[in-house]
Design a protein around this ligand. Sequence first.
Ligand code: FES
Length: 147
Amino acid sequence: MADYKEIISAYKDLPGGIIEAYHAIQKEYSYIPEDAVVAAAQAFDISKARAYGVATFYSYLKVGKRGKNVIRICESAPCHVAGADKVVAALEKELGIKMGETTEDGKFTLEFTECVGQCQATPLITINSKPYGDVTTEKIPGIIAEY
Ligand code: FES
């Protein structure tokens, strides 16, 4: 998945680029990580407060804190076909949050990702970049308990 820094630099020199960049980031992550707002402020050479203001002005943009552990669910076609939807539902249920959200204790964030190149083990999730393949809904509580 595209790093938010790459996304930001792709829009850096366009008029109104920051809004476009936020859009693209949200599309990729389902929300705008707070770190991305800070990176946008730097890239567009504006204050952090201003970058934050732009992000929160539009109600369809969602800025969020990232949890200590970031769980990503691959939503590319092979994983999707293998039942990524069920994994998403199980994770949401286990953690009591929706995709793009962070648990109240700041421990977990749920994000989507694109194919991470481990399609032999679909459906796949990663936690802090460590891959877990062939995930089933039954395996979710055990995996989460490791953290
Ligand atoms: S499609 Fe999910 S890892 Fe490749």
